[in-house]
Ligand binder design. Structure first.
Ligand code: C2E
Ligand code: CA
Ligand code: CA
Ligand code: CA
Length: 280
């Protein structure tokens, strides 16, 4: 038994060593990726369910890795956060998204917003980063409300001092704020009234089984009623079927995003799509 225990232990450390090595390699690759501009933003339309218009798109990070091909955030965000490189990447994401918002607004001749995801790591830094963003937005002559900052519920559960400060800074800049993955955290409801948030994004896990699970439907309906009473707009994410879409419309949901409309796509493709109304 002792032997087995030792064996298990050595497997364990081998695994940990392998994981640490992989992490180190990804970190090195990430540094190269920043320097060599291997990142891209893909965009997924967010549709206003009252008007059918594509009002906004979420910017989703992709890494065109020279050997491993196109990588999704799940493959590298953890390493980027652990190594702190996420700060540089996040800076690039914001500027790139702001440029794109400006471009689309000029081409479309109407307001168009872009949502950008924020890592909690970015939120814990000082105000300097975001002051630079403010200047960037000013230089572009971009209306600050063109940018929606997406933060996760997890963040609001942390020590809220710095988080409140950062959120206040975003709002003072005129940016909008969306609370992502809503419903997956715990006891966040009580915090809702203390944070100045513009959009709630109902997590995909509640949307997925909307047609089959009357409990999920009741939850979505409840969230929408509550959000509206608090003056928030609701975005349903991960909407894949027309049935889900119709249930959400009937429940008074304001926006939807998901494969039912489109997968995330490169900007050129998104440009073509913004010209027309959404298909459904
Ligand atoms: P998220 O913010 O919840 O983004 C939504 C994810 O759901 C995206 O995955 C999107 O491709 C996927 N999705 C959209 N519609 C559907 C659908 O109908 N069905 C299904 N099954 N999935 C759908 P993606 O692009 O792999 O991004 C994963 C996560 O990585 C994001 O989750 C976000 O938390 C993070 N992320 C993405 N871009 C950035 C970034 O620029 N910075 C940071 N810090 N995190 C990012
Ligand atoms: Ca998001
Ligand atoms: Ca989400
Ligand atoms: Ca999610």
């Amino acid at each position: 038994a002792k032997n087995a225990g030792r064996n298990r232990y050595s497997y364990f450390t081998q695994d940990m060593q392998a994981a640490a090595q992989l992490r180190l390699r990804i970190t090195r690759d990430l540094q190269m990726a920043v320097a060599n501009q291997q990142f891209e933003l893909h965009y997924q339309p967010i549709v206003n369910l009252h008007t059918g218009a594509i009002e906004r798109a979420e910017a989703l990070l992709r890494w065109r890795h020279p050997e491993r091909g196109m990588l999704n955030p799940v493959d590298f965000i953890g390493s980027a956060e652990a190594s702190g490189i996420i700060l540089e990447i996040g800076d690039w994401v914001f500027r790139n998204a702001a440029d794109q918002a400006k471009r689309w607004q000029q081409e479309l001749g109407r307001p168009f917003q872009i949502s950008v995801n924020q890592s909690p790591v970015q939120f814990r830094t000082g105000p300097e980063f975001f002051e630079k963003w403010m200047h960037y937005v000013e230089q572009l002559a971009l209306a600050p409300r063109s940018i929606v900052i997406e933060i996760t519920e997890r963040l609001l559960l942390e020590d809220s001092g710095p988080v409140v400060e950062r959120l206040r800074q975003f709002k003072a800049m005129g940016l909008q704020v969306a609370l992502d993955d809503f419903g997956t955290g715990h006891s966040v409801l009580a915090h809702l009234k203390n944070f100045d948030i513009d959009y709630l994004k109902i997590d995909r896990s509640f949307v997925m089984d909307l047609a089959g699970d009357s409990g999920d439907l009741a939850l979505c309906e409840g969230i929408i009623v509550m959000a509206h009473k608090l003056g928030l707009k609701v975005v349903a994410e991960g909407v894949e079927t027309e049935t889900q879409l119709n249930l959400l419309k009937a429940a008074g949901c304001d926006y939807a995003q998901g494969y039912v409309y489109a997968h995330p796509m490169p900007p050129a493709q998104m440009t073509a799509m913004t010209r027309g109304p959404a298909r459904l």
